[in-house]
Design a protein around this ligand. Structure first.
Ligand SMILES: [Zn+2]
Length: 247
């Protein structure tokens, strides 16, 4: 087989020359597709071979992107949710919207705990305000549940911390500062309970080791032997965060 026929069914890609690039790098995104980033004066004849070698990586990441795209399409992100599934708490809330005329154009939120029902009354045509209110409700819920949950895990593992805060982060599930202050992402509420528990434990272990060293993982494994799989699952976990939240 000639090298030429080997490359006939390569995925399509574009080449970008970057003066900052030190070596060849592949990048895959919805916006730009597959990009091969090369340093200046790079021998372009080598590129097909590199793309060929990275085929598995490309296929794997392409299917992840497709999955995320399909998920976003199915979610109607610009619309308001009818259901909020808080897996970590085993609660599936039904959301109802009641348009009522009010002079001030405000919206109010009513919670029916017994039926896990949330009712928004008022100017519900104002989608942005409705989303803001739903997020505020989620933040309060996160404070209520994640704070006490963290306290329990902290006591059980005998890993004390100083303060907790609930945040809305785009890429972090949690963080721990040098002063042992722990921040938790309210989006954790959407994940399975065992994954949340792992995140809490992970941040608590950072109160002892402020890095991801072997010592750190050893400490984590003392409390959670399945930590590798749980940690890996967090990379995909953002896929189940409802799209309306970030739009
Ligand atoms: Zn960490």
């Amino acid at each position: 087989m000639t090298s030429r026929s080997l490359h006939t069914d390569l995925p399509s890609y574009t080449v970008r020359v970057s003066s900052r690039a030190k070596c060849v790098r592949l990048s895959l995104s919805v916006e730009d597709g597959l990009e091969v980033v090369v340093p200046t004066n790079y021998d372009r004849l080598k590129i097909p071979e590199i793309v060929q070698q990275k085929r598995d990586w490309i296929a794997r990441n392409q299917s992840k992107l497709d999955e995320r795209e399909a998920f976003l399409q199915s979610q109607s992100p610009h619309e308001l949710p009818n259901i909020i599934n808080l897996r970590s708490l085993g609660e599936e809330w039904k959301i109802e919207y009641h348009p009522t005329a009010s002079k001030s154009g405000t919206i109010s939120v009513r919670e029916n705990k017994e039926h896990l029902q949330l009712v928004l009354d008022g100017n519900i045509a104002d989608v942005k305000s409705c989303k803001t209110l739903l997020k505020q409700w989620l933040m309060r819920k996160a404070e209520k549940h994640l704070f006490s949950w963290l306290r329990k895990v902290s006591i059980r593992a005998n890993l004390p911390y100083r303060t907790t805060a609930v945040r809305s982060q785009k890429t972090l599930w949690g963080s721990c500062s040098r002063d042992r202050n722990i921040s938790l992402n309210y989006k954790l509420l959407f994940l399975e309970a065992n994954v949340v528990e792992y995140v809490l434990l992970h941040e608590l272990c950072h109160t002892v080791h402020m890095n991801h060293s072997a010592k750190f993982w050893k400490l984590v494994s003392k409390f959670e032997s399945n930590y590798k799989a749980l940690d890996k699952s967090l990379n995909h976990a953002w896929q189940i965060i409802p799209a309306w939240i970030d739009f």
